[in-house]
Design a protein around this ligand. Structure first.
Ligand code: CA
Length: 223
């Protein structure tokens, strides 16, 4: 996402030379729409954009996705803001920058991200995350080798979060995805189930290591 055409084209040329596919958006509103509706492996966000700015794009994309985000800024002062806001960006780079430095950083971040994803193969029946083990075929769950009995709804909630690691889901989203078809129940059931799952899978449910509360936003499964 970059509104200065010369810079956008330069970034695109260098990234394509390194074998990446690149899509350019030049204003914040279309960038937001496209970034949320299509699948990308990484976002490179210029901070100053017409419409929605790069900071806001970063916040919105991070809510939905755990792919690497690199912020590009023309102003040195923005760095303090990037650090201070804790927007979930993985890195930042200030203009002017050398295109080869950009490519090197893109490669580093994508490499790390792919190793992270590769550590948790989504197609395997057995999922092991630290001391947690889940058998997706039999729906059985173990913590430190001890089996935990989850209700089917608790299991559905757990597996949904596990399969979408690091993404934040609001109570409303979880309710829509997991309960909407049910005849009974309302949104208050979501935190109740989160609490029950934590009691079963967390070593210390008061200080959860897996299912984290993101205050004012929702929940995410941390890996
Ligand atoms: Ca700009």
């Amino acid at each position: 996402m970059e509104d200065e055409e010369a810079i956008a084209e330069l970034e695109k040329d260098y990234l394509e030379l390194s074998g990446f596919e690149v899509a350019i958006e030049r204003d914040g509103d279309s960038a937001l729409e496209r970034g949320l509706s299509e699948k990308f492996d990484m976002f490179i966000l210029d901070v100053m954009l017409p419409g929605v700015d790069g900071f806001e794009l970063c916040r919105r994309f991070r809510d939905k996705s755990n792919v690497p985000i690199l912020l590009v800024s023309a102003r040195k002062e923005d760095i303090d803001k990037i650090r201070g806001l804790g927007l979930g960006a993985d890195d930042y780079i200030t203009k002017p920058f050398s295109p080869s430095e950009l490519v090197a950083r893109v490669k580093a971040h994508l490499g790390r991200y792919e190793r992270l994803i590769g550590a948790m193969p989504p197609k395997d029946d057995i999922i092991i995350i630290q001391n947690l083990r889940i058998d997706r075929e039999t729906h059985r769950v173990w913590v430190n080798g001890n089996e935990r009995t989850l209700t089917s709804k608790e299991y559905e909630l757990l597996i949904f979060l596990v399969m979408n690691p690091n993404q934040v889901f609001s109570k409303e989203e979880l309710f829509r995805k997991l309960w909407d078809e049910d005849i009974i129940g309302d949104i208050a059931t979501v935190p109740v189930h989160i609490k029950k799952v934590r009691e079963k899978i967390e070593v210390d449910p008061a200080r959860p290591q897996f299912i984290e509360t993101v205050w004012g936003v929702g929940y995410r499964f941390r890996v």
